[in-house]
Ligand binder design. Sequence first.
Ligand code: DAH
Length: 357
Amino acid sequence: MSDIEQIEAEVLTAINGAGDLAALDGIRVAELGKKGRVSGLMKTLGGMDPEERKEMGPKLNALKNRLGDAIDARKTTLEDAELDARLASEKADLTLPPRPYRTGTLHPVMQVFEEIEEIFGAMGFAVAEGPDIEDDFHNFTALNFPIGHPAREDHDTFFMTPDAEGERKVLRTHTSPVQIRTMMSQEPPIRVIIPGRVYRNDWDATHTPMFHQVEGLVIDKVSHMGHLKGCLTDFARAFFEVDEVETRFRPHFFPFTEPSAEMDVKCDRSGGTVKVGQGEDWLEVLGSGMVHPNVLRNCGLDPNEYQGFAFGMGVDRLAMLKYGMPDLRPYFESDVRWLSHYGFTPWLLPSLSGGLS
Ligand code: DAH
C-alpha cells in the first residue's frame, strides 16, 4: 500500500469514529493542518524531480480534497445528531397544567350573564346578539331618539372618527339597538334576550366606561303590561333566589317605550348589605316598557297589528347587588386575588332546578 492510500485509510477511519465535533476538529488539525501529516507530504513535493512531482502533485491534492469532504460530511452528521439530542432533551409539553395547579374562576359578570340566560331560557326566550360598533340609526334614531334630543347627550357617547362617507359610528351605549336588528330580521312572535357589552364615557366606583347589559324583547299580537310585570317579577324572584319578592313599577321615561317604567324590588339595607325579599326599602333593578309604536314602525311592523314589551338591565350592577361587591372598578383589573375571592367555579352551570349560584 502506498503512503497515500495508507494515510487515507487511517484518516477516514478516524474521521468516521469521531464521537463529537471537538474530536473531529482535532483530527482535521492533526492531518490537514499546517503541521499535519498531509501537509507534511505536500512539503515533500518541493524536493521531487519534475516527473515525480507531476504525478504526485495531483494525487496529494485529490487526497486533501477527499479528506476535507469526509470531514465536512461527518461534521453535518454530528451537528444533526447534536440538534436531535437537544430537541429531545429540551422539549416542553405545552399541554401540561401550570404548577402549582390552580383552577381559574368564572368572573361574576359571566356568572350573572349565565344566571339571567338560564332564567329567561326557561321562559322560552332565545339569545340574540349585535355589534359593539353601531351606527346612529340603530343606537338612537330607530329607537325614537329625535335628532338633537337631550336623551342622546345623557348617554355620554363614545364617537368613532368619521369614515370616508363622513359617517360617525358609535360604541353602542346600550343593547337596545339589537331590538331594532332583531325586529328587522325576524318575523314576530319574537321573544329574545340580548346580552352584551356597552360603552359610556363615565368612570367612578359604580360606573366603568365599558359595562354589560341584558336587553329583553317580546313582540307578538297580545303581550301587554300585565305580561311585562309578571315576567319581570318572576325574573326578580328567580334571580335573587327568594321565594317571594315584592316589585314596584315606577313611571319613567325612555324614548323607545310608552308607557315606561323602572322596576324596583323590596329590600332591606339595615345591615350594610342589601337583602332582597325583606325589609321596607326599594332597590331599582331595571328599565322596561311597552315598545313605542314609532319603534315598531321604524322596523316595518304595523303598531295596529303588533305590540310587545322590552326591558334592559345592568349586569355589573346586578352582580354587585347579588354578591355584595362594593366597587365596580376591580371588575376589570384582572387581579387574581379578587378573581379567586369573588369568582365562581367554572364547573357548575347555573340551573333553575339545581340552584343558580
Ligand atoms: N336602554 C336603556 C338604558 O341603557 C335600558 C332600557 C330601558 C332598555 C327600558 C329597555 C327598556 O329595553 O324598555 O338605559
